[in-house]
Design a protein around this ligand. Structure first.
Ligand code: FPP
Length: 259
């Protein structure tokens, strides 16, 4: 029997590895993950400061959440701040964390009303205490929602996540709570920050760049990848629809041969 943790209240339970859901069966991906890229280039092309691109990016995020709800996507994960983003100039880090603070204070109530459940993954200990408190509040206040499960990756890096899981596994084994010989993928997944969240079916990146940049590396194993040539602040419902249409045309085999 799998020791994977039970899913939290969700619109749709995570699929088991042996029961792949294919694009042809459902058409609409259960879980879309997005690398929102191109804010800086959008601003530079308009001779605006980078923060203007990030602000416009926050508007694009609002449109995307609405599009996900309209398209009945049950899970949406967004890469809002990577662990590498701390290396940006201090002024930009301050702008980005300021935008996050503003977002948490001003947008969560509406998300809550719209049935969005918020979760945050990543190393939240690096944020100011008031932001950390707002993250806890946002998760708590939306915990009973299930129309859209929105996971925001903040100060997130997949390698650090996998390493932390490995450390917890090792500690559990040392304490005699886990038999190393019995460790399987489902058990390991239970130690990741995404435990209980289904793997992304579709990972979408904007701005024309074609890489994962340390995002959901474990979880992306069978994801379909879509790269769009649009800068994130320009992203809208039509681009979301384009990505879903592209996904629906893919044949997902999860390593098996076609029937
Ligand atoms: C990548 O663009 C984007 C980010 C590093 C930040 C993403 C943030 C948002 C979309 C705003 C919404 C955020 C919150 C806090 C809810 P880039 O700056 O790397 O762009 P570039 O590659 O063109 O320089």
């Amino acid at each position: 029997m799998s020791s994977r943790p039970q899913p939290v209240a969700t619109a749709e339970a995570p699929r088991a590895a042996e029961e792949p859901r294919t694009a042809t069966e459902g058409g609409v991906p259960t879980h879309v993950a997005i690398i929102m890229d191109g804010n800086g280039r959008w601003a530079a092309s308009r001779r605006l400061p980078r923060i203007a691109g990030h602000r416009e990016g926050a508007r694009a995020l609002r449109r995307t959440i609405e599009a996900a709800i309209r398209n009945r996507v049950a899970w949406l994960t967004i890469y809002a701040f990577s662990s590498e983003n701390w290396r940006r100039p201090a002024a930009e880090v301050l702008d980005l964390t300021g935008l996050l603070r503003h977002y948490l204070r001003n947008e969560v109530a509406e998300l809550r009303q719209n049935g969005v459940r918020l979760r945050f993954i990543g190393d939240r200990s690096r944020f100011d205490p008031d932001i950390q408190r707002d993250l806890v509040t946002a998760e708590r206040d939306t915990a009973t929602n299930g129309r859209l499960n929105l996971t925001v990756a903040l100060s997130y890096g997949a390698r650090a996540e996998i390493l932390a899981a490995a450390r917890h596994v090792a500690e559990a084994a040392r304490a005699g709570r886990l038999d190393p010989a019995a460790l399987d993928e489902a058990t390991f997944e239970g130690f990741l920050s995404t435990a209980g969240i289904p793997d992304p079916d579709l990972i979408l990146r904007t701005s024309g760049e074609q890489r994962l940049s340390n995002f959901l590396l474990w979880q992306a194993a069978y994801a379909e990848l879509v790269f769009l040539d649009v800068l994130w602040p320009d992203f809208g419902e039509e681009h979301f629809a384009q990505a879903l249409a592209d996904y629906a045309r893919r044949e997902r085999r999860f390593g098996a041969r076609p029937a």
